[in-house]
Design a protein around this ligand. Sequence first.
Ligand SMILES: Cc1ncc(COP(=O)(O)O)c(C=O)c1O
Length: 395
Amino acid sequence: MSTGFDLERYSRADLERRSGTKWRRHGGSAIGAWVADMDYPVAPEVTSAIRALLDADDLGYPDQSLDAGVRDAFSERAHKRYAMVVDPSDVVVVSDVVQAIYLSLFAFTEPGDGVAFLTPAYPPFFGAVAETGRTALCCPLVRGVSRYEVDLDALGSVVREGRARALLLCNPHNPTGRSFSRAELDGIAAIALDAGLVIVSDEIHADLTLPGAAHVAVASLGPEVARRTVTLFSASKAFNVAGLRCAVAAFGDPELRERFERFPAHGRGSVSVTGMVAAVAAWERADRWLDAVLALLADNRDLVSDFAAGHLGGAPFAAPEATYLAWLDLRAYDLGEDPAAWLRTHARVALSPGPDFGTEGRGHARLNFATSRSVLEEMLDRIASALAHGRSASV
Ligand SMILES: Cc1ncc(COP(=O)(O)O)c(C=O)c1O
């Protein structure tokens, strides 16, 4: 399919020459399929916005109007795509989503307080809770027939028994790729409201919702929920500019924003001019590029699903509804707690280690399929052949 964007134009040699960690970390010894960056070129609207800065040597301190531009662009996008009503004055521009998670925990909880989240979880969730001296209250997702699901009864118990003060949600969910349904989110929100929690909703993957699925923003569930919710968002994942460092925290209540902003501004650091210009260009002008990326990702997701059906030793595969991440259950192959380490050596493909995502990640690995078809095919061939010739499946 020709989209006019030539998304698959980078060869393996090109990718290996890049400075980013995805391909550098393991040198030329393994195909990079771990950290959440895509191997595609950046949207032309984004590169030309950055190039205009460079061509004009315009890299001085950004004017406040640029910060306002990011807040306006987010507010408009959130409304148009996700039915979220947020006043631009209640959007705070931060350098990254993980920073905003730490700041939210400092702002809305006290040391020792419980912070509930669903596991397996994006690894910095564990770090943020531990390093801020809060207590992790983990609620495992349950494996349904074709997808991972939220056990609302279990979540309610975890929140009550741990006396949680905040809920850290990741929707769409990394690493399983779930786009939680409105019914699931209504159930989660009811628990949060009942317990008086602040919901910190990391929706960084929302724009990566694949065709056929729909993203439901927590803050769109209703005014009462919105008032308790901080939505974290960034152009960095969907528009492939993670190195530029620009994200937003959007507050459904000015009082939440004021508490967040009590952390001294200089301690929060500031955001790069390139990151802000890129976010505005991406959100306002690059959706045609994004649609092309989503079509390619959906095809890649289907290829990974076919691979999983044939090569995962019978373990059912929950195909992601969003993100470019596939959560692989490799327990049948008896590769130890961390199959990614085994696959790095035996298949020369670098996946993310499952145990980094919590105890449910033992025997699992996360595969990033945001690459060209040819690189993905090579990666899957290598994994299939290593699994076939390495240890035999116990099923
Ligand atoms: C769920 C989730 N949140 C946050 C991030 C990181 O965002 P940032 O680089 O803005 O901190 C990622 C990156 O993969 C992610 O998957």
